[in-house]
Structures are given as C-alpha cells and as structure tokens.
Design a protein around this ligand. Structure first.
Ligand SMILES: NC(=O)c1ccc[n+]([C@@H]2O[C@H](COP(=O)([O-])OP(=O)(O)OC[C@H]3O[C@@H](n4cnc5c(N)ncnc54)[C@H](OP(=O)(O)O)[C@@H]3O)[C@@H](O)[C@H]2O)c1
Length: 252
C-alpha cells in the first residue's frame, strides 16, 4: 500500500481531494481535529474504492507535540504523497487582529507545515515517485486588503515550497515539491476567517470555485511536471506554471 497524507481533510479542499484520490484507488491518511467528519469521509472513500485503505488521525496541528507524534505514528507507512492543506485565514486589519488567533494561524499555516515538510523531505529526498504538495493561496503571491497577516503566512508557504522545489531539482533529488495557490473557493474558509458562520459565496463573491473543482485542479498539478498550480486572478482559469519567485540558482 502506498499512501497519500492529507492534512485538513475534514472539510473543503482537503475533503474533496480525498475523494478524487480515492476514486483513483489511492490509500489515504486523513488528518484534522474533527473525528466525526473524518469518519464520514472514510465511509464515503470506502464506497468509492474497495482498494483504498483509510487511516484517520485526529490531531490539532497547532500543538507542536501532536505534529511530531503524527509524523512518528506514520513511520512504518509507504507515503508517496504528502499534502499540507490544513490552514485558515483572518480578515482583519493588523490593528484589529486577535493576537491569540494570529498565533494559532502562524503555528498551523507556517510552523506545522514547515515541520512536516522538513521531516518528509528528510525521509523521502531519494525516494522515486514521491511528492510533497503545500497549499498556499492567490494571497501567497499578491497581498489582499484586510488579510495582510494571512497573506504573509501564504507568502511564506509559496516562497518556501518554490525554494524547496528548486533545491530538490538542483541536487538531483527524486522527491518533487509543488505549491497550489487557490483563489476564492467555497469551503468553511470564509466562516473561519470571519469568525462567524453563514457566509454565502453565491451572494457575496463574484467569482469562486467549488471545493470539488479545486480538488480537480490539485490532481492536475500532481499529475503534471509543473511546480506551481495557480488560479489566474483575472479570469479564474487554472494555470500550471514553473516557479514564480526569483531564484538566484547558486548553492551558497
Ligand atoms: N477557500 C478558499 O477561498 C481558499 C483560498 C486560498 C487558499 N485556501 C487554503 O486552502 C486550504 C484548505 O482550506 P479550505 O478552504 O478547504 O478551508 P476549510 O474548509 O476551513 O478546511 C480547513 C481544514 O483545516 C483543518 N484544520 C483547521 N485547523 C486545524 C488544526 N488546528 N489542526 C488540524 N487541522 C486543522 C480543518 O479541520 P478541523 O477543523 O476538523 O481541524 C479543515 O479540515 C487552507 O490552507 C487555506 O488557507 C483556501
């Protein structure tokens, strides 16, 4: 069995990605805090594919010990793809942010993603057919008003993952690294970012994708040789690209 790990699998893009990959017969490790949602997803995955093994890990990735324990608990598995998808936003000017919320956002969007990436790269650098995919955002390539802190976390994800992809290619590694940059996508993201429920995308957002569409784009990125999969902010088309950040290209 070769597994794909998906963090943030209990809703939105992660949930739909699990179904897309299960339909291709992949075995999955589903990670999030809400066990009931992960169990519901496990049942849906099992209905899609008899061949898929599904492992659930109920983990709070803002807790450093739980991040390390998660990775250690999967040591015996053959993990071909690791997807760091869990993340959340905050729609506030910097002067108005809740500092405890921002601290959690930094721990999830940056710290957990970096720790899990580092551990996976350490162990899979030379393993043929392996891929590390981090979820950034259109806000990881341009700054969005009222979301400066969130965008900064996603600039980190984009720069870090693109740099890693370049480093791996330069060193002849077998592992590939990729970054997905969704634009507005109909998920629980808006409610969590606003701190209140009931956001209606159809009434409030001119253009957006469904989570199922975004999972399809993620799969296209996985199947391609591209490093970056990004939604064009003008027409919302999905583009497969090389790295977008400048890279000096010399080992120091
Ligand atoms: N939706 C958009 O418009 C959009 C646009 C650009 C980028 N993105 C990015 O896409 C990714 C997926 O978000 P989404 O849109 O699918 O939103 P979502 O529906 O809110 O999903 C977020 C997922 O992350 C998990 N999560 C949150 N806090 C966690 C924690 N402390 N520990 C473990 N898991 C945690 C949630 O599960 P639990 O609550 O069960 O833990 C959930 O499964 C995020 O990185 C987001 O920044 C989204």
């Amino acid at each position: 069995m070769r597994y794909t790990v998906i963090t943030g699998a209990s809703s939105g893009i992660g949930y739909e990605t699990a179904k897309v990959l299960a339909a291709k017969g992949k075995s999955l490790v589903l990670v999030a805090r809400r066990t009931d949602e992960l169990e519901k997803l496990r049942d849906e995955v099992k209905a899609l594919s008899d061949d898929s093994d599904v492992i659930i890990r109920s983990v709070d990735l803002t807790e450093s010990k739980q991040v390390h324990d998660l990775y250690d608990s999967l040591k015996e598995l053959d993990i071909e793809t690791w997807i760091n998808n869990a993340g959340f936003g905050d729609f506030n000017q910097v002067k108005d942010v809740s500092v405890p919320k921002i601290e959690k956002m930094l721990r999830l969007n940056i710290e957990a993603l970096t720790v899990l990436t580092s551990l996976y790269v350490r162990d899979h650098h030379d393993v043929e057919g392996t891929t590390l995919l981090n979820i950034s955002s259109g806000g990881g390539y341009q700054i969005v008003p009222n979301a400066v802190t969130y965008c900064a976390t996603k600039f980190f994800v984009s720069a870090y993952t693109e740099g890693l992809a370049q480093e791996l290619m330069q060193s002849g590694a077998k592992l590939r690294a990729k970054v997905l940059a969704p634009a507005a996508t109909e998920t629980e993201f808006a409610d969590r970012s606003r701190g209140q429920s009931g956001f209606d995308y159809s009434k409030n957002v001119a253009k957006y994708h469904t989570a199922a569409e975004m999972a399809g784009f993620l799969d296209q990125l996985l199947e391609s040789d591209a490093i970056v999969g990004i939604v064009n902010p003008e027409d919302y088309s999905f583009e497969l690209r090389g790295p977008l950040f400048p890279y000096v290209g010399v080992n120091r």
